[in-house]
Ligand binder design. Sequence first.
Ligand SMILES: Cc1cc2nc3c(=O)[nH]c(=O)nc-3n(C[C@H](O)[C@H](O)[C@H](O)COP(=O)(O)OP(=O)(O)OC[C@H]3O[C@@H](n4cnc5c(N)ncnc54)[C@H](O)[C@@H]3O)c2cc1C
Ligand code: SF4
Length: 488
Amino acid sequence: MTEVRLILGDQLNENHSWFSSVDASVVYVMMEVRSETDYVRHHAQKVIAIFAAMRRFADVLRSTGHTVSYVTIIDPENQQDLLGNIKRVVEQVGAASFAYQEPDEYRVDEVLRTAAEYLHLPVRCVSSEHFLTERSDVAEFFADSKRWLMERFYRMMRRKHNVLLTSDGEPLGGEWNYDDENRGAWKGAPAEPADMRPHHDHAEIWQQIQQASVATMGNAHAEDFRWPIDRREALQQLDDFLATGLRYFGTYQDAMHHDSRRLFHSLLSFALNVKMISPLEVIRRVEQVYHQGGIDINHVEGFIRQILGWREYVRGVYWARMPDYVDQNFFGHTKPLPEWFWTGDTDMRCLSLAIGQSLDMAYAHHIQRLMIIGNYALLAGLDPKAVHEWYLGIYIDAFEWVELPNTLGMSQYADGGFLATKPYVSSAAYINRMSDSCKGCAFDAKKKTGQGACPFNAMYWDFFRRNEPLLRSNHRLSMVYRQLDRTS
Ligand SMILES: Cc1cc2nc3c(=O)[nH]c(=O)nc-3n(C[C@H](O)[C@H](O)[C@H](O)COP(=O)(O)OP(=O)(O)OC[C@H]3O[C@@H](n4cnc5c(N)ncnc54)[C@H](O)[C@@H]3O)c2cc1C
Ligand code: SF4
């Protein structure tokens, strides 16, 4: 009795139990479809990376004896949606059942929930065997709490998985959190590690994407493509990061520099989000390197917090708050995105650099996303849903379960403070301190008003003034309002 099993483009987990033995009665189906390329306009590198990684994954499965039915974007038989293609394969092989791994996006989950009815077959949904938590774990953890706090969840996860703990169960180094040490500006030293990511020629895939008229944005760099496309390459990238980046990660995690764009970040989010590597194996490797000595705890804890804490936490928020989450708009912001979000062509140098880099690399690190682009979007009153769709398209690692809470919640405060305890906004002073953007900008970071003044300054105070009825009672903002009260 043949079973058809679906593998989505972000389910490239070679260690999944499905693949532990070869079963001749199983046909794996993988597909490149317009329903997945077109729900927002994606960065060219994102589409190439996912297709390239899927094709490599299919090759790996075939080489180990599995049967794979692979539908390319230009296949004339391609129905261009998930269920249409699944039905075709089910009929071709005379399948008696269908199985899929739990999808991470609400949109796909909704589609696959209708599979039994559509296919008239028994359908099973199994775990993707990737995350450290189930979809509902975060909501259950906070079931009796008035307020959800990532920090509480993170400490529980450290204890549960015995991460960075002494034998008495206390945090290694004495603190749970070293954020105070992790706000250094970077002035050119230590040197940014060499970019050791692989080089690929994906001209053929890019040609097929264009042939199919998939609308994209950004630079494809198809002939010198720099993202890992299989587990081996992702593990190599992890090793390189552990050898060179981790030792400075914490101190400079918030720093920005115009031509050292990666600084000490890992660039592992794509590999993690398509499940080439698992969060737990990354965490264990980081701990192992720490125990070998020579790396301070603030770097290691800062990195592990992102994966064990934030990554699992935002996923829990996503599943607890969808489907309404995407429509939240606490401030009632409605402005459309400026045209230069698609070109980077603005005189505001910090924005031009961050957006220009995003278009060039399909990547910007957390603070560029949060405190440059997101900061501007929130201060300017851009429509949070439009902002979300832009972030969902442009970044190589953007999948809605992780992108939406980060954009709509953390960055745009559109959920009214469910995820962030206060809006993440700043005037030019912060950007000037944490980056070298202001040198050479058409605007003056230190000037508050008048000709040549940096727009971030007036926008910052205008934001707090116009949203006073919504924000003044937030005790984390009392200093801001005290200062505003003293300002003419
Ligand atoms: C507005 C906004 C949108 C974002 N959209 C995405 C997104 O679509 N996909 C995505 O994976 N991350 C997103 N993030 C979180 C973070 O910016 C990226 O995970 C990180 O920049 C990826 O680069 P890196 O691999 O070099 O990360 P590093 O700085 O090296 O961090 C290591 C890993 O920690 C995890 N991580 C770090 N911060 C977060 C976070 N806030 N939430 C979840 N995981 C985190 C990632 O898996 C990352 O690979 C967003 C952040 C903001 C502020
Ligand atoms: S002066 Fe203002 S606009 Fe220019 S780079 Fe600095 S913060 Fe950005």
